[in-house]
Design a protein around this ligand. Structure first.
Ligand code: UFG
Length: 325
């Protein structure tokens, strides 16, 4: 069962499961996901993780054996002003899910964690042994989720994979699926909206960071590569792995300025940029380190090039200038 399977990363993973003939069911409340992103022939349960009965029913009726859990609130800024929402939706609702899984003896889960659980980098790149000291409620809730699963693993035998993504980006080839958030706050879709003429310019949030060009550096990872890592993690759990904590990134960082320049090349649009203030809570650099994903999952990103990521995102945006609507 893919919880949050109508969302950005979830829908790409569902498509991958389908292409590999792995049967799945999508469970999503469509609060931020899109019905159009789920293939018609995939069973869909529209329900909320606050509704334990609905979770139990879905697990039972569809004879679920494993869960991939994407459903969460994920805006760092909003988490600072509305932590209650984040603790309820991310922590409490995940507890609901785990309780129902326990009741129905579904004891495997792969879930979306994040590099935001590390907080400010004490070294770059960051491998999985980096201290986990989140600096915002979003990161706190994701770390709580990791801890909850660890404790359920020890006490009840739950096996789990916490996949710590860096910056999810890109879109399925061909432009059929992509990134559509309301409101949009992520750099790549915003930059592409400028290229589409929907925005006048992109604001660069700060150019006085301690990085070579003064703008923040991020590790952008293709959403299809993330999907592939979920399937591999699931296979490892099925093969007997108990607890996995794995970074998912390319190991290469790009600055905001470099990304905008590459987007100009890909789209052929001038993409005007203006310098703005720093955004609260943005660490200067987030780049994935270590070889655990390769060692444990045999995973390495196949679509790692930033140009490829931007080309795929651009195909989606050109085909769907209004997103899925
Ligand atoms: N940025 C701009 N202008 C914009 C939007 C973003 O300059 O209009 C910059 C940000 O300051 C940041 C970079 O572009 O330096 C990337 O920003 P995003 O909002 O695209 O992504 P984040 O790095 O903030 O967030 C991502 C995930 C979060 C996760 C976080 C971990 O989207 O879910 O990484 O730190 F929590």
């Amino acid at each position: 069962m893919v919880v949050g399977g109508a969302g950005y990363i979830g829908s790409h993973t569902v498509r991958l499961l389908q292409s590999r003939s792995v049967p799945c069911v999508v469970f999503d409340n469509l609060s931020t996901g899109h019905r159009q992103a789920i293939p018609d022939d995939v069973p869909f349960v529209q329900a909320d993780l606050a509704d334990r009965e609905a979770i139990g029913r879905a697990l039972q009726e569809h004879k679920i054996q494993s869960v991939i859990h994407f459903a969460a609130k994920c805006y760092v800024g909003e988490s600072v002003t509305e932590p209650s929402k984040y603790y309820r939706e991310n922590v409490f609702n995940t507890w609901n899910l785990l309780e129902e899984m326990r009741t129905h003896n579904v004891m495997r889960i792969v879930f979306s964690s994040t590099c935001a659980t590390y907080g400010n980098p004490v070294q770059v790149p960051m491998d999985e042994s980096h201290p986990q000291k989140p600096i915002n409620p979003y990161g706190h809730t994701k770390l709580h989720m990791e801890h909850m699963m660890g404790d359920y693993s020890t006490a009840y035998g739950l096996s789990y994979a916490a996949l710590r993504y860096f910056n999810a980006a890109g879109a399925a080839s061909g432009g059929c699926l992509g990134e559509h958030h309301e409101p949009e706050t992520h750099l790549i879709p915003l930059v592409l909206q400028v290229a589409l003429g929907q925005r006048e310019f992109i604001s660069i949030f700060g150019d006085d960071y301690e990085t070579p060009d003064g703008t923040c550096i991020r590790d952008y990872i293709h959403v299809d590569d993330l999907g592939d890592a979920h399937l591999r993690a699931l296979c490892q759990l099925e093969a007997g792995a108990q607890e996995l904590h794995v970074n998912l990134g390319t190991g290469t960082g790009f600055s905001v300025k470099e990304l905008i320049e590459m987007a100009r090349e890909v789209t052929g649009h001038a993409i005007p940029a203006r310098m703005g203030e720093r955004r609260d809570g943005d660490p200067p650099q987030l780049v994935s380190g270590g070889t655990r994903a390769l060692d444990l999952l045999g995973w390495k990103p196949e679509k790692a090039a930033l140009k490829r990521i931007l080309e795929d995102a651009w195909s989606f945006h050109r085909k769907h200038p209004g997103g899925y609507e």
